[in-house]
Design a protein around this ligand. Structure first.
Ligand SMILES: NC(=O)c1ccc[n+]([C@@H]2O[C@H](COP(=O)([O-])OP(=O)(O)OC[C@H]3O[C@@H](n4cnc5c(N)ncnc54)[C@H](O)[C@@H]3O)[C@@H](O)[C@H]2O)c1
Length: 259
């Protein structure tokens, strides 16, 4: 992939799922990766790649974003790419059941944190006269039928923020795009807080997701999209091959976006 070698790339949510696959792919392509996660260090990456730095932080904490970016710039002097990947699922609550605590949790990590991350990296990107930001949104960023109200609103918000940043900074040679994955097998189900699980909301969503998955021999739904499929889309958007792609929303969902 063109011009990724030696680029300084920040990946949030690098300990699991799509973020882990993305960090690994960039490292395999000889980039310098600064990974952030509230979870444990991805030990295999740390052991295999000297160009990987791990910063453990709950990005929703006060000043956590600013501290992380200051540490990255202190170490590498620049930031070429930001991948906003850390995120959580809601419990499919709807407008009639959503609790304030659940709303604030999901909006904070899925929307407020990515915006704070963009605010934190933009000064360096402006000074360098270039950069690329990739926001990991979702099919739920453009559909009302694939998640609960908090997750859906957070990802719609992230889509709007992506377009706003793309337009506002296009003359600074800074690009901002989003990927919209369909269902991917990761650990995201572990972020569902069962006290906020809304079975009516889930039952309304489930037929939509069934249109888009495969089934195992026992009829259990199995996602067809892998973490590496999403990582390759992110890496393309980060690269100079996508240098005139700015403000785009790229579905990675094997045509689920067509319905
Ligand atoms: N898995 C899917 O089906 C799917 C579909 C569409 C979009 N997405 C999006 O992909 C992104 C990655 O999710 P995933 O599926 O790989 O899930 P995952 O749970 O495997 O990974 C998410 C990572 O984010 C980290 N994280 C969560 N809260 C954090 C916080 N406060 N501070 C720092 N790190 C935090 C977690 O520790 C975890 O390592 C999310 O934004 C998610 O909304 C996932």
């Amino acid at each position: 992939m063109s011009n990724i070698q030696n680029r300084v790339i920040v990946v949030t949510g690098c300990s699991s799922g799509i973020g882990l696959a993305t960090a690994r792919l960039f490292l395999e392509r000889q980039a310098i990766v600064f990974g952030i996660d509230v979870g444990a260090v991805p030990q295999k990456l740390a052991d295999t790649h000297s160009t990987f730095t791990f910063h453990q932080a709950d990005l929703t904490s006060d000043q956590a974003v600013e501290h992380a970016i200051a540490k990255c710039i202190g170490k590498h002097n620049r930031i070429d790419v930001l991948v906003n990947c850390a995120g959580v699922s809601d419990g499919w609550s709807s407008a009639d059941t959503i609790q304030d605590e659940e709303w604030e949790r999901v909006i904070c990590i899925n929307l407020t944190v990515p915006i704070r991350m963009m605010r934190a990296v933009l000064p360096a990107m402006k000074e360098q006269k270039g950069g690329s930001i990739i926001n990991v949104a979702s099919k739920a960023g453009v559909s009302g039928a694939s998640a609960g109200i908090a997750y859906t609103s957070s990802k719609h918000g992230l889509v709007g923020a992506t377009k706003n940043v793309a337009w506002r900074f296009h003359t600074d040679n800074i690009r901002c795009n989003a990927v919209l994955p369909g269902g991917v097998a990761t650990n995201i189900a572990s972020s569902v807080q069962m006290e906020h699980f809304d079975s009516a909301g889930f039952n309304s969503f489930f037929p939509t997701v069934q249109l888009h998955v495969s089934k195992d021999s026992e009829g259990t739904p199995v996602p067809v999209i892998g973490v590496d499929d999403v990582a390759r889309g992110i890496a393309f958007l980060a690269s100079d091959d996508a240098k005139m792609i700015n403000g785009a929303l790229i579905p990675i969902d094997n045509a689920w976006s067509t319905i």
